[in-house]
Design a protein around this ligand. Structure first.
Ligand code: FAD
Length: 382
């Protein structure tokens, strides 16, 4: 049986492992964290990723995490409506609604779909060769296929593509948290100069919120909650409430980086990159994790048809690079034209355009990205 080693046990690596097992491969996931645990907040899964997760066989396990959503949209700083998004219309166009989930729950579900023996934590991979040897301190594995799913600061990428430029700061920093929140039906985001705020209902009467803020990189706040309270003192009540209700220790603060120079290939010999390692993007379209899941299901579908690694990886590269790199570029553009605008005239023009835009157009723009159907991962006979 062909053997794949997956480096990295995040959303992309675990999805790839599930798919490759379904395709009839033996899989070992190597994760450097001592335990498979998640720090993180929420993540929204778009219909493209939800369909891919169905194909991987884990869709049904996500169903209990769904809460009903009504109308959404965008407010301005004072809480006046910029756009409305009708949930029903959105679902009609996209076939289904997007699903915000706690990352920890998503990772639990993905790990539960793998046998315990396939997961090895506390393994920090230090070397990978093009012919499929994976090394770490005190260990080595030889694989037919190595999947580099080691995230935005991928060591595999920098070792195998040493001349490729490193990820760059996208101009915004992000604050995020999951909080207790009585289930709100109508949730709206907020856009203001240099700011985006989003609030999404999660299962179990929780909500996930995020704020992106234009800022120089590396700025840290001794007390992030006090900073946010002061920075958003003049904003509408829901945003201030959310900050007040958030225990200070739950607030995560990260600068947002992305791989601004697209890789010329995701493949090097028997090694293939997937997820943020291949195409880290700014989060303005909420597609980074969704693209990692798409990568995983495409790789698995190809691996189910052929164990000829050079051939299957050439097909993977041809199918995945154009789409994922286009979405990465669109995410960066969406930031520049939306939450990263700071010039008052440009902000006023954007807000006017948003107010005039029919909600059907907003839904159609989202559908253009989320309208993706995964290939079938055929299960080998016997
Ligand atoms: C603020 C913010 C909001 C976002 N919101 C969304 C959203 O709503 N929807 C969405 O789809 N995406 C979103 N994203 C993007 C999403 O988080 C990423 O695209 C996704 O997590 C990428 O998954 P991955 O598996 O490729 O990488 P990661 O999740 O980074 O996983 C990489 C794993 O590899 C391990 N690793 C690293 N090096 C080694 C090594 N040497 N040896 C062994 N293991 C190693 C790491 O420990 C880690 O577990 C957001 C990102 C940010 C920053």
């Amino acid at each position: 049986m062909a053997h794949a080693v997956v480096v990295g046990g995040g959303i992309g690596g675990l999805s790839a492992a599930i798919g490759l097992r379904k395709a009839g491969w033996r899989v070992t996931v190597l994760e450097r964290a001592a335990a498979f645990e998640e720090i993180g907040a929420g993540i929204s899964l778009w219909p493209n990723a939800l369909r891919a997760l169905d194909e991987l066989g884990v869709g049904a396990r996500l169903a209990p995490l769904r809460v009903s959503h009504g109308t959404g949209g965008m407010l301005d700083r004072r809480g006046r409506v910029l756009t409305r998004v009708d949930g029903e219309q959105f679902a009609r166009l996209l076939g289904r609604l997007l699903l915000p989930v706690h990352r920890a729950r998503l990772l639990d579900i993905l790990r539960a779909a793998l046998p315990a023996g396939a997961l090895r934590s506390g393994v920090d991979v230090t070397e990978v060769t093009a012919d499929g040897v994976v090394r770490w301190e005190g260990g080595e594995l030889r694989a037919d296929l190595v999947v580099g799913a080691d995230g935005i600061h991928s060591g595999l990428r920098s070792r195998l593509w040493p001349a490729h430029p490193a990820p760059v700061y996208c101009g915004s920093t992000a604050f995020r948290a999951v909080i207790d929140w009585p289930r709100p039906r109508d949730l709206a985001g907020t856009m203001a100069p240099g700011v985006e705020f989003g609030l999404m209902a999660l299962a179990e009467e929780k909500a996930y919120w995020y704020i992106s803020l234009v800022s120089p990189p590396g700025v840290r706040h001794a007390d992030p909650k006090a900073f946010l309270r002061e920075r958003f003192a003049s904003f509408h009540r829901q945003l201030r409430d959310v900050i007040e209700r958030t225990p200070a220790e739950r607030i995560l603060h990260h600068d947002l980086y992305w791989l601004a120079t697209p890789l010329p290939s995701y493949v090097h010999g028997r090694v293939v990159l997937l997820g943020d390692a291949a195409h880290a993007m700014p989060p303005f379209l909420g597609q980074g994790g969704c693209q990692a899941i798409e990568d995983a299901v495409v790789l698995a579908a190809l691996a189910a048809r052929s164990a000829e690694v050079p051939d299957l990886l050439a097909r993977y590269d041809a199918q995945r690079r154009p789409r994922s790199q286009t979405i990465a570029t669109r995410s960066a553009r969406a930031g520049k034209a939306g939450p990263q605008l700071t010039n008052p005239l440009a902000v006023a023009a954007r807000d006017t355009a948003l107010r005039l835009l029919p909600s059907s157009l907003t839904a159609r723009a989202a559908a253009a990205i989320a309208d993706w159907t995964p290939p079938v991962v055929s299960v080998p006979a016997g």
